[in-house]
Design a protein around this ligand. Structure first.
Ligand SMILES: [Zn+2]
Length: 147
């Protein structure tokens, strides 16, 4: 058993503790780091799961990336892609809806693409979600080359 972050060998207890609390195999140090990130940013667990799945797929994601104004759940900086996990899709208020759209507009103007992924997609279709994001990354790469 190894830590999904640093590849260090982890013992049975560390393995069990991190799986139970975070749903990811992590060493004690990385469990602590991730828990701190969650506490500081209110990061959804699905963002953590997606982050490690993207890392494994070689997409070089960054977790809770500061874009100058706010923290983005996951960013793929090479192609200026920001990924936000939507936690309560049904609970969204009209103010939130228009402010999300405005944020998306501002990031487009700055050359960033923002995609919002419902947490249920990550929870139930993690592999498909990763495949689709890899497709988006390829598309963005092709666009960058075309300019
Ligand atoms: Zn580790």
């Amino acid at each position: 058993m190894t830590c999904k972050d640093c590849g260090k060998d982890i013992g049975h207890d560390e393995h069990k503790a991190s799986l139970e609390s975070l749903g990811i195999e992590l060493c004690e140090r990385h469990s602590r780091l991730i828990k701190k990130i969650i506490l500081n940013n209110n990061t959804p667990l699905e963002a953590i799961h997606l982050f490690y799945a993207l890392k494994e797929a070689g997409a070089h994601p960054m977790l809770e990336w500061w874009d100058g104004k706010k923290s983005v759940d996951i960013a793929i900086s090479r192609v200026k892609l920001n990924i936000e996990i939507d936690k309560d899709y049904n609970m969204i208020t009209h103010e939130q809806a228009i402010s999300d759209l405005e944020e998306a507009m501002h990031s487009f103007k700055n050359g960033f693409t923002t995609i919002r992924i419902p947490h249920l997609a990550v929870k139930y279709y993690l592999k498909d979600t990763v495949q689709n994001i890899l497709g988006i990354i390829d598309g963005l790469k092709a666009n960058i080359k075309a300019i």
